[in-house]
Design a protein around this ligand. Structure first.
Ligand code: GDP
Length: 198
């Protein structure tokens, strides 16, 4: 997919105020510092569309960007556990779970994972949360340029094994990306385009 236009529309802290326009929507989410802003800028060919972090405690907002006038790219804040839960079950920030459970425009979530790291508990819990709620998602492994392709492939294979051990029947669709080298850009955009065309 060629990106002809990418514009910031609005930031919100509540789902009910998100744009009403009935466009297909794709959300990007992951732990803080995973490379989400860099990936969004890389995908959209912008230097600073999504603000790269480095500022802990930055306001948690749902950011809508309109791409090519026909779909929304949504930049969600880094997830963490809500502090309210006393049970052992993971509970994510309410406006994030609200987003996933109420936003009917959502077509697919992209969950970002640092390709260098072993599967992290919070990522696995978030993936399981999406699965339990029937929310379609893909995995996007980031920072591929920091290791070799062979190492990246073996880390992805280890991730797959971990998911199967968590009772997933199969590995979700996934992409291996680098915002530095733009690896994975075409594949990811083609994936979105192919869904938008169906
Ligand atoms: P966010 O908090 O998930 O939005 O993460 P950022 O996009 O702000 O990235 C966090 C840090 O990782 C920054 O220092 C980025 O320069 C770096 N980073 C992000 N993506 C990549 C990548 O693909 N390759 C490399 N080498 N560094 C990256």
């Amino acid at each position: 997919m060629k990106i002809n236009s990418a514009e910031f529309i609005i930031s919100n802290s509540v789902v009910s105020k998100c744009p009403q326009e009935p466009l297909p929507e794709y959300a990007f989410i992951g732990r803080s510092n995973v490379g989400k802003s860099s990936l969004i800028n890389m995908l959209t060919n912008h230097k600073n569309l999504a603000k790269t972090s480095g500022r802990p405690g930055k306001t948690q907002l749902i950011n809508h960007f309109k791409i090519n006038q026909n779909w929304f790219l949504v930049d969600l804040p880094g997830y963490g556990y809500a502090r309210v839960s006393k049970s052992t079950k993971a509970t994510f920030q309410k406006f994030i779970t609200d987003y996933f459970e109420k936003r009917t425009q959502l077509v697919c979530a992209f969950v970002l994972i640092d390709v260098r790291l072993e599967a992290q508990k919070i990522d696995l819990e978030f993936i399981n949360y999406l699965g339990e709620n029937g929310i379609p998602f893909c995995l996007v492994f980031t920072k591929m340029d920091k290791i070799t392709r062979v190492k990246a492939e073996s880390n992805v294979a280890a991730y797959r094994k971990k998911l199967l051990a968590e009772n997933w029947e199969e590995m979700p669709p996934y992409f291996i990306t680098s915002s530095e080298t733009k690896v994975g850009r075409e594949e990811l955009l083609t994936y979105i385009e192919s869904i938008n065309e169906t």
